[in-house]
Design a protein around this ligand. Structure first.
Ligand code: DX5
Ligand code: ZN
Length: 215
């Protein structure tokens, strides 16, 4: 069964407390929290105070996806706000390995995200220090976009490598994941499904989450 991580980017922010109660009671495994700075991506979402406010509402894992430049400036603050997994973009890190060490040193799981066009092979020699690889299946910055199937091959290649080396690194696929394509994404090798609009836009989000767990 995949780990299911609904993205709160698609939640109703006016009812964030209720949305969190719904997720907490659902079969969702993690909360996926998308932070955007208007620089790395052409959009601004939410940041530290929102994550801090959500933290007491659940004990589920907070999977924080930083779509920001210079993420090293904020790693400690996100730890304090309640992040369990902190994912930085390879394209936003001049010293990726140092940034991963910083995240691990702060007691969080270290994640690396790849834009759709970024190859996965450069990570192969570093996987023993990476807890999670987030393969973006849309261009980051906005929810509700269409899944890019060209990104599936990276998941397959990475999963082969992880299995060959018997590593615990998790593969997360993020962007445009729906009940219709989730089976292909898991078949390609994903351990974690992120889903925003297909969960919060569903008539019955609890059923949508259950559907994703059962692909
Ligand atoms: C995109 C974000 C995704 C997004 C997923 O920049 O990283 O997590 O919220 O939303 P959907 O599932 O609507 O593509
Ligand atoms: Zn995300």
């Amino acid at each position: 069964m995949p780990i299911v991580a609904p993205s709160l980017l698609a939640a109703d922010f006016l009812r964030l407390g209720e949305e969190s109660r719904m997720l907490d009671a659902s079969e969702a495994d993690w909360y996926h929290l998308d932070v955007m700075d208007g620089r790395f991506v052409p959009n601004i979402s939410f940041g530290l105070p929102v994550i801090q406010a959500l933290r007491p509402t659940t004990s589920k894992t907070f999977d924080v996806h930083l779509m920001i430049e210079e993420p090293e400036r904020y790693a400690e603050a996100f730890r304090k706000a309640g992040a369990d997994i902190l994912t930085v973009h390879v394209e936003a890190c001049r010293h990726l390995h140092r940034n991963l060490q910083q995240i691990s040193g702060l007691g969080m799981k270290a994640g690396v995200a790849l834009n759709p066009h970024t190859p996965v092979e450069p990570l192969f020699d570093w996987l023993d220090e990476i807890d999670l690889v987030c393969i973006m299946s849309v261009n980051p910055g906005f929810g509700g976009q269409r899944f890019l199937p060209q990104t599936l091959l990276k998941t397959t290649l990475l999963r082969q490598r992880i299995d060959e080396a018997a590593l615990p690194t998790l593969i997360e696929v993020d962007g445009g994941v729906t009940l219709d394509n989730a089976r292909d994404v898991v078949a390609a090798g994903a351990h974690v499904l992120v889903a925003g609009s297909s969960v919060f836009g569903a008539h019955d989000p609890i059923a949508a989450i259950r559907g994703l767990k059962q692909v």
